[in-house]
Design a protein around this ligand. Structure first.
Ligand SMILES: Cc1cc2nc3c(=O)[nH]c(=O)nc-3n(C[C@H](O)[C@H](O)[C@H](O)COP(=O)(O)OP(=O)(O)OC[C@H]3O[C@@H](n4cnc5c(N)ncnc54)[C@H](O)[C@@H]3O)c2cc1C
Length: 468
């Protein structure tokens, strides 16, 4: 047992279970403290997440206090200056879990050198993944670029690993305080009232994540194969923001699903989605150029057509295509959007409107509670056709047929686009063909479509020819 103070630097790991840095510190130190360095600049383009982080800090502060561990939240301009401040304290050991984004991993390198120079004790632990990204490579040590062989290899590596014996913190610590200038958590909340709606939909807390997982395994996973494509159903786990902010570790998901595998259908289908997340993390770390640009360089010459009016209509859910508008409104109201609809709205932006995928990525980044660099970048490049193992550009989603197939009864669109609730079922996904009845008039109650599907499709294919 070490006599000095153990410090856990918290980032995206608001959990007691499988929080390896916390477990290690709890085992080895009597005096223990958790610190969160809040950098306003980090959230400047991720406003929705501020609400989730605020709630997470509030809830996790309470969870940790049951173990006599103080969580101190310190405002800082940069992580470097935060560590300058932290290193003024003597006799400390610092622990943290990895985040698999190039900028964070580079900072880890910087910090390691600094701590070594300072002769400060530290240790870095595995973060929220099944495998470290560089454990999964092809036989010739090069990275995978295609999902199926990646996941086959990744699953095998994970199954063959010896599981960690320590899964939860156990000991009550001796209460410790380090900083005198803690920030007021409320200052994290965005200025706009927008976030208030999120309260109705989410409780960012570890117990809630575990409850959601167990309920999904009990009631949702058997029908996941079909229901995951139907946005009006609760057919998916809705765990993404909890995973992103570390309220649940993906190893916990893996273990709980595997325990029930013999009694359940679709367990492998569901775990493969966790696999797509691992694949995304592998891609952005092996091919960091894709964070700002196209994975596939030939798309650098793609003739995008910037159009602020169309972009604004898309963001506000006023394109005149109900399935697209429903998705964009769901995003704004709840900070989340169904995966099938993410693909539809994404495809509409890049193919029907010919707007650069980076504009869509930026908007999602600002609104999504589950925004993750790996998943958002890979998701958008998959949709745009410029990513690794992406949907081919020439396969253009027809928003009318997508709507008719995956929202047959129109329940999803009627929920988010109530203006069309009186349109006859036959026209729900193409209300412009209905045009007018006593209680509905296109152009008055709901916008005309901003582009014609067939014309937009032809233009997209034409644009694609230019880079072939
Ligand atoms: C354009 C676009 C942008 C996206 N941006 C993000 C993002 O910023 N953050 C994010 O977590 N997901 C993103 N996704 C992936 C996916 O839409 C969400 O993970 C999923 O909708 C979350 O809902 P769920 O938790 O109910 O998923 P479930 O179907 O229950 O899946 C369980 C978990 O698997 C992972 N997962 C599921 N689908 C995918 C996928 N296609 N790619 C990678 N991981 C996946 C997520 O962690 C998810 O929570 C994006 C997809 C697209 C098409």
């Amino acid at each position: 047992m070490k006599e000095n103070i153990g410090i856990i630097w918290l980032r995206e790991d608001f959990r007691l279970l499988k929080n390896y840095a916390l477990i290690h510190a709890n085992k080895n130190h009597k005096k223990l403290i958790a610190v969160y360095a809040y950098k306003e600049k980090k959230f400047i383009d991720k406003k929705g997440q501020k609400w989730w982080v605020y709630k997470s800090l509030k809830n996790f502060k309470e969870d940790l206090s049951n173990y006599n561990i103080n969580l101190q939240v310190i405002k800082t301009d940069t992580y470097k200056s935060f560590f300058e401040k932290l290193l003024k304290f003597k006799n400390i050991s610092i622990y943290w879990n990895r985040i698999y984004e190039p900028a964070y991993l580079n900072f880890d390198n910087y910090l390691e050198n600094k701590l070594k120079f300072h002769k400060t004790d530290y240790k870095i632990f595995k973060g929220n993944v099944l495998n470290e990204f560089n454990e999964v490579t092809k036989n010739d040590n090069t990275p995978f670029k295609v999902f199926t062989p990646f996941w086959r290899a990744a699953e095998k590596i994970h199954i063959e690993k010896v599981p960690s014996p320590d899964t939860k913190i156990k000991k009550i610590a001796q209460k410790t305080i380090l900083f005198k200038d803690e920030m007021n958590l409320k200052d994290i909340l965005p200025k706009e009232d927008w976030y208030k709606k999120f309260d109705k939909n989410w409780e960012p807390d570890e117990n809630e994540a575990l409850k959601k997982l167990r309920e999904f395994i009990k009631k949702g996973i058997d029908n996941y194969g079909n229901n995951r494509n139907v946005p009006s159903l609760s057919g998916t786990s809705k765990l993404s923001p909890f995973i992103k902010h570390g309220q649940i570790h993906v190893e916990t998901i893996w273990n709980e699903v595997n325990k029930e595998k013999k009694n359940r259908n679709n367990a492998n289908k569901f775990l493969a989605e966790i696999g797509w997340r691992e694949f995304g993390h592998s891609l952005i770390n092996y091919f960091p150029h894709m964070i700002k640009g196209n994975y596939s360089k030939k798309f650098d010459k793609f003739p995008w057509k910037p159009n602020s009016k169309f972009l604004d209509r898309w963001k506000r859910g006023l394109t005149g295509y109900p399935i697209v508008d429903a998705g964009m409104r769901e995003l704004y109201e709840t900070g989340w959007m169904h995966n099938r609809v993410r693909m539809i709205v994404g495809s509409f932006l890049v193919k029907h409107l010919l707007i650069d995928w980076r504009e869509g990525e930026k908007h999602f980044r600002n609104c999504l509670l589950d925004y993750s660099e790996a998943n958002n970048i890979s998701g958008w490049q998959w949709v745009a056709g410029c990513g690794a193992d992406a949907a081919p550009y020439f396969r253009i989603f027809n928003p009318i047929l997508q709507g008719e197939k995956f929202d047959k009864e129109g329940n999803y669109i009627k929920k988010w686009v109530p203006e069309i609730k009186n349109v006859p079922k036959k026209f729900l996904h193409k209300p412009w063909e209905h045009r007018e009845s006593l209680d509905f008039k296109i152009g008055r109650d709901y916008p005309e479509p901003i582009v014609n599907h067939e014309e937009a499709r032809a233009k997209a294919l034409d644009a694609f020819k230019k880079i072939k």
